[in-house]
Design a protein around this ligand. Structure first.
Ligand code: ADP
Ligand code: MG
Length: 426
């Protein structure tokens, strides 16, 4: 957790870009006893940049803010454990509704969150948001908190991960301070519990949570919960708790489509004083498809690099060079890749897919292929028509829209989702 006074001084002296380079893609802890700041990053080039350019400045600013000399320790962690090592219990001031880009994938969760922020404890209680990692659950949850704290002056807002809730409980039992624990949670005006899946299998925590829940619920205090899966898929939690989770509103966040991904990049870019060629935006949106956090990380890498090299406008070639390592890992996808997977998935031949057959067995895969060309690669309908052997662009658009609507059905959603997964593994 990085204290606000340090953040303020740092940004004032060095700007937002420098701050993001050092702290946004890393996990940072400050130890005030031994005067050590520990920065863990999972990116080798980022670690090198921080090491070469920022270490002395970081310790200078710490000294300026807190007096005394501070030591900076930098670590590389490529195991991807970064996300869970630190949990920041403050609301992130950037996670607001204004900064959230709305698309088909998250529209419902967004609307539900906004409704809850406007009428806390009244309309939807609890609000349960679920979906896979990096799709904006925590962002929406903080947006509710920020909204209530700024616009309605709500005071007692608790934001906590269920993991931290578990640890807090264990400690309070050990130290015989269970009453303090209960008071803290049960007296809040708004409670935001992030990543509830960690309470799976933990009976005592579930019991405590159940009572906390009831007390808050009965006094009309809003409860917001996020999870990586839906209440019904949360195996290993008590039924009475599950039914509480199901008693309010459940909203999911899904993978954003191409347009939304691009809009997110644009939104994030507003913070910086750097220009990217439009093709760079497309490239980012095309190549980071299943996790907004990674998309943002890629953008930040470009920003950091152009700042260091003093480039004012980043070209596509430059962006490709900067992201080479990341993209290789994610693997670039082209029309052939998508075609291959679609044919394989539906077990039909290329000739069948490109034929004029009206058989359902062929039409549906053709529509899925069309949809994926648009969704993954962002291709114009006209180009897709050409790829399909000269189909009219309105026909193509129709096929795309059809699948888009049919995504509401579990089968179609599952087909699309499965194909995308396969593609990402390539
Ligand atoms: P989750 O909690 O679902 O794992 P987060 O809420 O932490 O994901 O989001 C990861 C990052 O992606 C955050 O920086 C967040 O701001 C950003 N993000 C995700 N979805 C959106 C969106 N629709 N608009 C703007 N930023 C988004
Ligand atoms: Mg989260």
């Amino acid at each position: 957790m990085i204290p606000q006074d340090f953040i303020d001084t740092f940004i004032e002296e060095l700007g937002q870009v420098a701050y993001d380079i050092c702290f946004n893609l890393s996990s940072t802890t400050l130890d005030f006893n031994s005067k050590v700041i520990k920065i863990i990053t999972n990116d080798k080039s980022l670690k090198d940049w921080i090491e070469n350019k920022y270490v002395p400045i970081i310790s200078e600013i710490l000294e300026k803010t807190y007096g005394e000399h501070w030591r900076v320790e930098l670590f590389l962690d490529t195991q991807g454990e970064l996300e869970t090592t630190e949990y920041n219990e403050q609301l992130n001031p950037f996670f607001t509704f204004e900064n959230f880009v709305v698309g088909n994938s998250n529209q419902f969760a967004y609307a539900a969150s906004l409704a809850v922020a406007q009428k806390p404890g009244k309309t939807y209680n609890p609000l349960f948001i679920y979906g896979s990692t990096g799709l904006g659950k925590t962002h929406l949850m903080h947006a509710i908190g920020n909204y209530l704290s700024r616009k309605k002056n709500t005071k007692k807002i608790i934001y906590i991960s269920s993991e931290k809730f578990v640890n807090d409980l264990i400690n309070s039992i050990k130290e015989k301070k269970i009453e303090d624990f209960r008071n803290k949670y049960r007296k809040s005006d708004l409670i935001l519990i992030d990543d509830i899946q960690f309470i799976v299998g933990k009976e005592r925590t579930q019991e405590e949570l159940f009572h906390t829940f009831n007390e808050l619920y009965l006094s009309n205090k809003q409860i917001v919960i996020t999870s990586d899966r839906s209440p019904k898929d949360l195996e290993g939690i008590e039924d009475r708790l599950r039914s509480r989770f199901q008693g309010g509103l459940i909203a999911d966040v899904q993978l954003p489509d191409f347009e939304t991904r691009k809009a997110i990049v644009k939104k994030k870019l507003e913070r910086y004083d750097i220009e990217l060629e439009d093709s760079v935006l497309d490239y980012l949106a095309q190549n980071f498809r299943d996790n907004v956090r990674e998309l943002e990380g890629a953008l930040l890498k470009i920003i950091a690099f152009s700042d260091i090299e003093n480039i004012k406008k980043v070209s596509l070639d430059k962006a490709k060079e900067i992201l080479k390592d990341l993209i290789d890992k994610n693997s670039q996808i082209d029309v052939e890749d998508i075609l291959e997977v679609v044919l394989n998935y539906f077990n039909i031949t290329k000739d069948e897919l490109f034929s004029n057959s009206r058989e359902k067995k062929i039409v549906y895969p053709r529509q899925v292929f069309t949809y994926l060309l648009r969704d993954i690669l962002g291709l114009p309908f006209k180009n897709i028509g050409n790829i399909l052997g000269g189909k009219d662009h309105t026909t193509v658009m129709h096929a795309y829209e059809k699948i888009n609507i049919m995504l509401a059905s579990p089968k179609v959603y599952n087909d699309i989702y499965s194909i995308k997964r396969i593609l990402n593994r390539n």
